[in-house]
Design a protein. Structure first.
Length: 142
């Protein structure tokens, strides 16, 4: 899957304001978030209010239970971050249009790492499904 082209004014970065940080943020996300399970990826998300303008804060976890070697865990996390970075512009636009801010936690649940090109597909599929299920509809209600 080819990476979408970001708008000309936006750079495909993954800055500090987009990272989910802090024990309290993680605990409340796990406690209050809505989970979505995919084959080897779990997405936990919740609507929140950030102090900055970032519509999306994310974190990536690869549990030691599933992937024993730290080198492999770091590689999987790096692949997931890269996939998110390349595809985040569409989700940011959807969230800005809805006036919402979201925290997401992606948890890799497979012992095998993503094969080449698989991480973007899994991230995109999980994020789109989560937004379709939980983002309020803007159309008229009948």
């Amino acid at each position: 899957m080819a990476a979408p082209v970001p708008p000309a004014s936006a750079r495909a970065t993954f800055g500090r304001s987009e990272r989910l940080r802090g024990r309290d943020a993680f605990n409340s996300l796990i406690r209050e978030g809505h989970a979505l399970n995919d084959v080897s990826l779990r997405l936990v998300g919740r609507f929140t209010r950030h102090s900055d303008d970032a519509p999306l804060c994310v974190a990536f976890a690869v549990p030691k239970r599933h992937v024993k070697l730290a080198v492999r865990r770091n590689r999987i996390r790096r692949q997931l971050r890269e996939a998110f970075r390349l595809h985040k512009h569409a989700w940011n636009e959807r969230l800005r249009e809805a006036g919402m801010q979201v925290d997401w936690l992606f948890i890799w649940r497979s012992a095998a790492g993503p094969v080449r090109g698989e991480a973007p597909d899994r991230i995109v599929r999980a994020a789109e499904r989560w937004l379709d299920r939980h983002l309020p509809r803007n159309g008229p209600s009948a």
